[in-house]
Design a protein around this ligand. Sequence first.
Ligand code: MP5
Length: 215
Amino acid sequence: MAFSQRLLAAAQPVWQASVAHPFVQEMAAGTLPKEKFGFWVQQDYLFVADARKFLGLLLARAEDEEIYRRLTQFLAGLELELELFRTYARDNNLSLTLAMAPVCRGYADFMLARAALGSFDEAMTALYAAEKAYYDAWRTVRDRTSPQGPYARWIANWSSDAFRQWVDWLAAALDRLTAGKPETELARLEKIFLTTARYEYLFWDMTYRQQQWPV
Ligand code: MP5
């Protein structure tokens, strides 16, 4: 079994819970209250803005030319993505200058710590988990919504063929990087994958509850 397959198999229960989360399900059914979507926009904007630092750290340690090129392309694409958030915020009178809510803060810092303190493979594992989780959640939404719906651009952003190819490339790159690595190392990466998947679940949950700092 490819290592990326092993990771997905290990995280299956977390994965299923994420796709079944009311945020994803109500998004797919078109019943998600607008203020919950707005809170997601506000928090995910901050998460994606921080992802640029994560990718910067990863790029600084990339050795392989193909990896370097793909990560650079992805980093450049994040500017278009951030513009989608800014446009929605402008059109809907949403502020994008809030503080990160606790789960967003914890998740963003977990990712940055993997890139700053962990091995290159650890950071790539966390990146694969985050990207694959978004692809699977938004593809679930896409399969049940009209391409003319109000959130079509968001849905397309993380469920397009181009995004699927990026996620598939990450899986293949991770399989290459980990080929022949000892089991102790693979088990450590599996834990990182699982923690990232759990943060993905928590991110939907935090958003659905519009959970901020209590004090
Ligand atoms: C992604 C995201 C996907 N935007 N937000 C969370 C909480 N997880 C994953 O990352 P990207 O950089 O938008 O493709």
